[in-house]
Design a protein around this ligand. Structure first.
Ligand code: PDD
Length: 295
């Protein structure tokens, strides 16, 4: 059995020990997966790209017709209370905050019940970053058909499709499952995917088939600053297979190089099967952004 952490969390207006936090079995999050979430990185006690995460939370809540239960200043206050608690009690400065809003508790009925208070849950955990070896050598990924639903743009807690997708790579000892729908790249089970071809960083256009990562906009900004060309366009499988470099981005992976795809080394030229030069530049740029964009 996994030991549950005993850090402070927030549930429906109360701060309590994570082990003691309980929700009703009739919570629609439990019954239907009827809720949304966010995952925010914290560096040196400071939240990274807080406003952008709050904007996306707002979009996800709107898609579910749930009114945002807290004002932005309240979200910030609660998040900071938890971050400070973990930092002060356990000395953990780099953290990963998880927040979740479900529609609330009601008798089981698919129709959205009106006027029930949403369930609001927040916790923070130590940040688990890629290992030095993963940074040095890159990671292995496998590809699979994207069999998820067609509203992957909502950061929904209904993650069965993503769980099944992730397990495909876990079963073969790989780090991520890169998904293709009708032969075109969408994203990975819990990351966005970018290819590099002839110096251009390229990812699929935003839309309903993928989650627009907070790091998508950030990557575009980092590319602009570094003078690297950046494109969003449909990416067919051939382009993924012929890429010079493949990159994953997410709150935890930041930017991470994929050096093996379906058992074959990524890239054709000199650094074949090794992290490439665009990765190296974007990784450095990301580390700078962490210092300057955290609040
Ligand atoms: N996952 N696509 C999917 C399906 C994701 O689950 C995630 C993030 C991303 C990247 O988004 P961002 O840059 O905002 O982290 C893309 C988070 C980390 C998770 O579920 O744990």
């Amino acid at each position: 059995m996994h030991l549950l952490p005993d850090s402070l969390c927030y549930l429906n207006g109360q701060y309590l020990n994570l082990c003691d936090a309980k929700v009703s079995v009739l919570d629609r999050g439990f019954i239907f997966g009827d809720g949304v979430y966010e995952v925010l990185p914290v560096y040196g006690r400071k939240l990274f790209r807080f406003e952008q995460h709050m904007d996306r939370l707002e979009r996800s809540l709107t898609a579910l017709r749930i009114a945002n239960p807290l004002r932005r200043a309240e979200w910030l206050e609660h998040l900071r209370t938890l971050i400070t608690s973990l930092a002060d009690r356990q000395g953990i400065m780099d953290q990963l905050v998880y927040l979740q809003v479900t529609r609330g508790v009601a008798p089981r009925d698919h129709v959205m019940p009106a006027g029930i208070p949403p369930t609001v849950f927040l916790m923070t955990n130590p940040m688990r970053q890629p290992t030095p070896e993963q940074r040095r050598l890159g990671v292995a990924c496998v590809t699979a058909d994207d069999f998820r639903w067609e509203r992957a743009d909502i950061k929904s807690i209904s993650l069965l499709g993503n769980v099944l997708a992730r397990q495909i790579s876990a079963d073969s000892g790989a780090t991520e499952t890169i998904l293709l729908r009708d032969g075109f790249l969408t994203e990975a089970s819990s990351s966005n995917v970018w290819i590099v071809r002839e110096g251009v960083v390229c990812g699929p256009p935003p839309g309903n088939l993928l989650l627009e990562g907070i790091r998508a906009e950030l990557l575009q900004e980092l590319c602009a600053t570094a003078g690297i060309a950046f494109q969003r366009r449909p990416v067919p499988r051939e382009d993924v297979e012929a890429a010079d470099e493949i990159l994953l981005t997410s709150a935890t992976k930041e930017v991470l190089p994929v050096t093996t795809l379906d058992g074959r080394p990524v890239g054709r030229g000199a650094p074949c099967g090794r992290p490439g030069p665009i990765y190296a530049r974007l990784f450095q740029a990301y580390q700078q952004a962490k210092k300057h964009q955290s609040i």
